[in-house]
Design a protein around this ligand. Structure first.
Ligand SMILES: [Zn+2]
Length: 249
């Protein structure tokens, strides 16, 4: 039997406009993890919506130090930066849960909040990150990233499509809804690899909006150049974004 490779060759060639909900921990996660893919989908006419679990109020680096800026002030800055970055990507909306940065736990309370937003916004496609990624290229993957991925997957299955879970949400008017596909970014076990060379410049432009996080612009862009695919050349640079995709259709 010849396997049907259509889905592997064209994993995101959906026949109609899709509503795509991106649930991640921090501002800048959508752009860093899968920004070129999101830009590609926005260009294709899909509706991209961000739902961020924290405002990144502890996201300090060399240029933003805790002794120089309060978490509340940093939260305001990061809202503004994320709004600008989302516009560059082509995302239509940015929603926030405003949980404290750095303390995310994939517990039942957070799972209920995520089920609520899935049932409320009714996405066709859900994007999050792989909770099993303990080690990333830069060292230990942030615990918020792992918690965000875990709670989103736990919310999708078995809760969001099953009325028996969180019956109080029914009382609030949120009926069960199941996304068709879940795309996990930041994964070490991909089953979908997209060539995103065409929209890589949009990803970079969006990332540059996160001024509080990226430090020196020139050094940052040099660093991002090294994220090319294995077969990339100086003459023809190529970039990829990788996902673990689970389909429910
Ligand atoms: Zn993050």
């Amino acid at each position: 039997m010849v396997p049907n490779n259509n889905n592997i060759e064209k994993p995101d060639s959906w026949p109609s406009s899709q509503k795509i909900l991106v649930i991640l921990a921090h501002p800048d996660d959508p752009e860093f993890f899968c920004g070129a893919t999101l830009a590609r989908w926005a260009q294709a006419g899909h509706k991209i919506i961000y739902f961020l679990l924290t405002c990144g109020d502890k996201g300090y680096n060399d240029t933003t130090k805790p002794e120089e800026i309060s978490p509340d002030a940093l939260c305001v800055i990061r809202h503004e930066e994320q709004t600008r970055a989302a516009q560059k990507i082509g995302a239509m909306e940015v929603h926030w849960l405003e949980r404290p940065d750095g303390y995310l736990v994939a517990d039942l309370d957070l799972r209920r909040d995520v089920v609520r937003v899935i049932r409320k916004l009714k996405p066709n496609i859900l994007v999050t990150c792989d909770p099993q990624t303990l080690f990333a290229t830069y060292g230990i993957n942030h615990p918020d990233h792992r918690a965000a991925g875990q709670v989103v997957l736990d919310a999708v299955f078995p809760a969001s499509g099953n009325a028996a879970y969180f019956p109080e949400l029914l009382t609030e008017g949120y009926v069960p809804h199941m996304p068709k596909e879940v795309w996990c970014s930041l994964t070490n076990q991909p089953n979908v690899v997209l060539d995103v060379t065409d929209t890589w410049p949009i990803k970079l432009d969006a990332l540059l909006q996160h001024k509080s996080q990226i430090g020196d612009k020139t050094k940052f862009l040099e660093r991002m150049k090294t994220r090319h695919s294995e077969d990339s050349t100086d003459q023809e640079p190529r970039y990829e974004e990788k996902f673990r995709v689970v389909k429910y259709t």
